[in-house]
Ligand binder design. Structure first.
Ligand SMILES: [Zn+2]
Length: 304
């Protein structure tokens, strides 16, 4: 499964690391699971609830994918961040308990996986408040992280998150290391290439995804990005959906990837809240490469 690497040139391009990670680690790795479950369909059209096969495919995530993935994480002793819509947390409280018992973080992901771009600020805030209440009640602690449904936030979202006690957002794609929003909220950016939806999702009606990819190709895609991110001192944010990545061959793919990352060495496997805390405590850790940056440590020229 490992790549036949071309021999890199002796004078290979090796820029200074983008980020100074703790304990001499060269790269951070945040393994995320967006547990959309039934909301994948219901947020699109409540009428899809009668489509039993479609709904069962969505239920596979919380019911079969999550327990299997929790087993793998325990086996590998790797912490992860689970972003769970409030509706899914209420519907699957034992799953929430198991995620917490495994030592993982649970962050916000809307109530019914709402597209934030369709909401007013007041509507978005009401959903945020409701979701915080649900997760706090079910997990026993207040969530500190947020992943926007569909990876899309509004201009006012960072302010809402800060107002309600969140410390980080993991929804933008403006860099490959964390940065600060203007109000001091930490952003841990992702990217579509490190997402399983684009690789594995498929539904004929509603039309989701394309032809599911071969795991060997996906390993190659993710491994190449990891290796280069390790060279460049980045933050490897992998976003997986249990209804997709909980399928057997993809659990093996994740195992192979994490084991290979470990063997390569220098990887800080961390939950979102730990990355955010580190950023807040070490605001000088980020090396800016923005053309218009004045300060070295802040994308938006504000030091929290
Ligand atoms: Zn989602």
């Amino acid at each position: 499964m490992r790549l036949n690497e071309l021999k890199p040139p002796a004078d290979r391009f090796m820029p200074k690391p983008r980020f100074i990670w703790p304990q001499g680690h060269r790269v951070a790795a945040m393994i995320c699971f967006d547990v959309d479950g039934e909301t994948t369909a219901l947020s699109e059209d409540a009428g899809l609830a009668r489509r039993r096969t479609l709904m069962s495919q969505c239920e596979y995530g919380p019911c079969t994918g999550v327990p299997r993935l929790l087993g793998l994480l325990e086996h590998l002793e790797v912490p992860a961040s689970f972003f769970v819509p409030g509706y899914i947390a209420e519907k699957h409280p034992r799953m929430v308990e198991a995620i917490v018992a495994g030592g993982h973080e649970i962050g916000l992901h809307g109530y019914l996986h709402e597209k934030l771009a369709t909401l007013s600020e007041a509507e978005e805030e009401a959903i945020l408040v409701r979701s915080i209440e649900i997760l706090t009640r079910l997990t026993g602690s207040r969530p500190t992280g947020f992943r926007a449904p569909w990876f899309e936030i509004n201009p006012w979202t960072p302010e809402l998150l800060l107002r309600h006690g969140l410390t980080y957002c993991a929804s933008e794609m403006g860099d490959d290391v964390p940065y600060f929003h203007a109000n001091g909220l930490v952003e841990i950016p992702g990217q579509w290439m490190l997402e399983d939806w684009e690789q594995f999702a498929f539904s004929a009606d509603p039309a989701w995804g394309f032809v599911p990819e071969n795991c060997a190709k996906v390993f190659d895609l993710w491994w190449r990005e990891f290796e280069a991110m390790r060279d460049f001192g980045c933050c490897f944010v992998l976003t997986l959906h249990p209804w997709l990545s909980g399928r057997p061959s993809r659990v093996r793919l994740l195992e192979d990837l994490i084991v290979a990352m470990r063997e390569k060495g220098g990887v800080w496997f961390a939950r979102g809240r730990e990355i955010a805390a580190y950023c807040r405590n070490h605001p000088q850790a980020r090396r800016s490469i923005d053309f218009d940056a004045v300060e070295m440590n802040s994308r938006n020229l504000v030091t929290p």
